[in-house]
Ligand binder design. Sequence first.
Ligand code: ADP
Length: 322
Amino acid sequence: MKRIGVLTSGGDSPGMNAAVRAVVRKAIFHDIEVYGIYHGYEGLIKGDIKKLELGSVGDIIQRGGTMLFSARCPEFKTEDGQLKGIEQLKKHGIEGLVVIGGDGSYMGAKALTERGFPCVGVPGTIDNDIPGTEFTIGFDTAINTVINAIDRIRDTATSHKRTYVIEVMGRDAGDIALWAGLAGGAESILIPESIGDNDIDDVVARLQRGQERGKKHSIIVVAEGIGNAVEFGKKLEQLTGYETRVSVLGYIQRGGSPTVADRVLASRLGAYAVSLLLEGKGGRAVGIERNQLVDYDIIEALTQKKHTLDQSMITLAEELSI
Ligand code: ADP
């Protein structure tokens, strides 16, 4: 392989830039040319493609977002869109592609692979919900942003003897809520994986037990996937009689300078993706397991593997917040 491409797609995450930098530098180190595809699959279809040099990725390792920009591109879900993409790749002499993104972006990489174009998927999403890796690029930064917010809200919660419901991102995956809730000492953590009808009763019971013990405040972390946090807060206030406030953290969780953990993970995974392409291996999804780099067949990873939450952490969070 003499020339590869790299794109970022779907929701941006902190550390994507560090991953792009790693792809570019690792490739150039091995005398491979790298072309940046701007605006994800949309730019691929349109041919928004430019050569990247060592300097193109200077001064970006510390930046959130993605210098290659990102986009949602419904056209790429169609055969026509994918064939146009492959045509552009061939026109530019690109022989392999690194796709940095979430599960939707992986589907695009899978589609290209099935059409005979070698792709390697690098997990970039704050949600930590990609099969075939224990951690995704951006997750660590996001949970640190959340913990910062929880610590601040806790100050107000203590001063005013209030209950706070804090909604964090995670439509289908509760990782952000679980990790940040555990690290933030939340009384209750509600996640989409285990939401049940009786959850509110359990939250109420915990709150009441806390008050009886003389607790001044309570923090409840909920993932967005469990439903409307504002409604939940109102219901909780009605049931307990405790003054309750709701804070929806929203998009602040997606941006910001990546943490050391995310920069290192992004650098390792980005460089590893290039190594695989250099070995002639396409159609792979890279990840990290027990601090070792791993790679799986991208089709198998998407169809047969499933991201699951560590059940022992859910139990631990429950035990520590009695
Ligand atoms: P994320 O990668 O963060 O999960 P999306 O789900 O929006 O974000 O996916 C990003 C892009 O990946 C989509 O806009 C589309 O271009 C492409 N994509 C998603 N699903 C498929 C699919 N089934 N086949 C081909 N491309 C897809």
